[in-house]
Design a protein around this ligand. Structure first.
Ligand code: NAD
Length: 442
């Protein structure tokens, strides 16, 4: 099938590459000319395991193309994916300007019937808005003869395993009430639906809400565990034991039960906020979601509070080794990352940071540029040299079994602040390390 994808971000690029891999003929369009040019030269703009090889192979085979030429892109596709960003507006609601801009572009250039697939995460009712905008432009073009249908097809990939998630999705949600559209969507996704039935067809509004409900449920689990962790600390309990104790109940399960430094990334914070705003707009008080957001915002400063208390609020002139900049492992994405809130608080308090991340160094450089109080180090060991303490913010595999003696020798004070509970407190105690983690007896 001929497929056009608008938006070469985490979702559009991965989905485009995966669709090309199974044999579809894919054109990806972005307004960022530099991104498109660099992709053509073989530079992959994001880090995702397996993505580089997938793109290079399919680009070389001619099944995957990149362009800024929207007219040519619209002409190419039998289906048009919208996979552009939906960042929070000033009040936290989803800003639809990029989605609607793509709708306009499609309407301006379409010359035959089209299926428009909304893959961006968008509030309930967006498909109607996209339809209205397209109809308006077709009216102006006097091309009412052109048929189109807007489908909601939310994306559930996880950054860090995006390629694997798209190659082997656990579900494919298709929001449409049009049987002809459903048939085309089934054909598009047939290569991913062989092992067992993964396609769930529903009405458009339910599909739009499903995506928000999924992310908000996961965010709720995290905020709940963070709340339990804070309680455990005060009550003298150990959240890691509690986690195992409740995770063993199959109704609860072990997934997503880790207490930590708060959730970040480009999805959970903005999607929780956007659903709260949707609820507000219809005078519905989303009490659970509001609590989830409040808990998370507070959780992001828990590590800083521990550090500040440990050093008697005297952080000025101190240097901190920081392991982990990305909002989670296996990605270079630092959007809404807890590391940013922590570093910025440390800088405000007059401290310096020596940071290392296996993949997000370029992104940190892009965000913060060169500043005297941030030293981006080439290795995790280099980040330790002469630092007053070590802080762990992201649970990369590479941080899970470090040489503790080396850490001790290189730090001025033998103290680790662990926002991801990577180590055994007893072992740290034996090694003579002050070990402050989340929700455990410190
Ligand atoms: P992103 O910011 O990484 O990429 C968006 C891309 O769209 C950018 O390259 C931008 O230049 C491009 N763009 C903007 N306007 C355009 C236009 N008019 N024409 C062509 N390209 C245009 O965003 P993302 O992380 O890929 O997210 C895209 C959507 O998918 C969002 O709604 C997000 O909530 C959702 N989503 C994201 C993830 C994730 O893990 N990142 C997972 C599931 C769903």
């Amino acid at each position: 099938m001929k497929v056009t994808v608008f938006g070469i971000g985490y979702v559009g690029l991965v989905q485009g590459a995966v669709l090309a891999e199974v044999g579809h003929d894919v054109v990806c369009i972005d307004i960022d000319a530099m991104k498109v040019e660099r992709l053509k030269q073989g530079y992959i703009p994001i880090y995702e395991p397996g993505l580089e090889a997938l793109i290079k192979e399919n680009y070389a085979a001619g099944r995957l193309k990149f362009t800024t030429d929207a007219a040519a892109g619209v002409k190419h596709g039998d289906v048009q994916f919208i996979a552009v960003g939906t960042p929070p507006d000033e009040d936290g609601s989803a800003d639809l300007k990029y989605v609607l801009a793509v709708a306009e572009t499609i309407a301006q250039h379409m010359e035959r019937s089209q299926i428009i697939i909304d893959k961006s995460t968008v509030p309930v009712g967006t498909a109607d808005k996209v339809s209205a905008r397209i109809s308006q432009i077709l009216d102006l073009r006097r091309r009412k003869d052109l048929n189109f249908d807007v489908v909601s097809n939310p994306e559930f990939l996880k950054e860090g395993s995006a390629v694997a998630d798209c190659m082997r999705p656990d579900r494919i949600v298709i929001g449409t009430s049009n049987t002809a559209t459903e048939e085309i969507m089934r054909e598009l996704y047939a290569p991913f639906n062989r092992n067992h039935e993964k396609i769930i067809v529903m009405d458009v509004r339910s599909a739009e809400l499903t995506k928000y409900a999924a992310n908000c449920m996961l965010a709720t689990k995290i905020s709940f565990m963070n709340e339990m962790a804070n309680l455990a600390e005060i009550l003298g309990a150990d959240i890691e034991m509690v986690r195992q104790g409740i995770g063993s109940d199959p109704r609860i399960g072990y997934q997503f039960l880790y207490a930590g430094a708060g959730y970040g990334g480009s999805c959970f914070p903005k999607d929780v906020q956007a659903l709260i705003r949707t609820a507000d707009s219809i005078n519905f008080d989303a009490k659970v979601l509001k609590a989830v957001e409040i808990r998370n915002n507070e959780q992001k400063s828990v590590l800083f509070k521990k550090i500040s208390k440990y050093f008697n609020d005297e952080l000025s002139g101190k240097t901190f080794a920081l392991w982990g900049l990305s909002f989670k492992p296996n990605t270079d994405d630092m959007r809404e990352a807890p590391s940013r809130i922590l570093m910025e608080a440390l800088w405000r308090a007059g401290a310096k940071v020596q940071a290392f991340d296996p993949e997000a160094m370029e992104e940190a450089q892009r965000i913060y540029g060169s500043r005297d109080d941030l030293n981006l180090c080439g290795t995790k060991e280099a980040a330790l040299k002469g630092a007053d303490a070590l802080i762990i913010v992201t649970e990369w595999q590479a941080f899970k079994a470090p040489n503790i003696d080396f850490i001790k020798q290189n730090l001025k004070k033998s103290v680790i602040f662990d926002g991801r509970n990577l180590y055994e407190p007893k072992r740290m105690q034996k090694k003579g390390i002050d070990y402050l983690s989340i929700g455990r007896k410190n």
